[in-house]
Design a protein. Sequence first.
Length: 88
Amino acid sequence: MNSRIATALSENCTRDFWGKVKRIRRNKSAVSCLVDGMCNSSDIANLFASKYQDLYTSVSYDDADMQEIRNNLSTSLANNIVVLMPFQ
């Protein structure tokens, strides 16, 4: 099925592409009703929000380093130059 979707896209057959998508959507897989001990959708959503919040704030950074990156990007964009900067 995936190769047929890729072929439809690469050959610009939009009608075939959307037909394949519709067929895939009809074959819905079962959704788990229990995630980390949570069983209602609100609790599961809050659990995911908490996990993503922890992940999002888990990496510290230096304000001066971030400002330097912003400045370099702004200068590069203004000059239409793409600069690859290694991260430390």
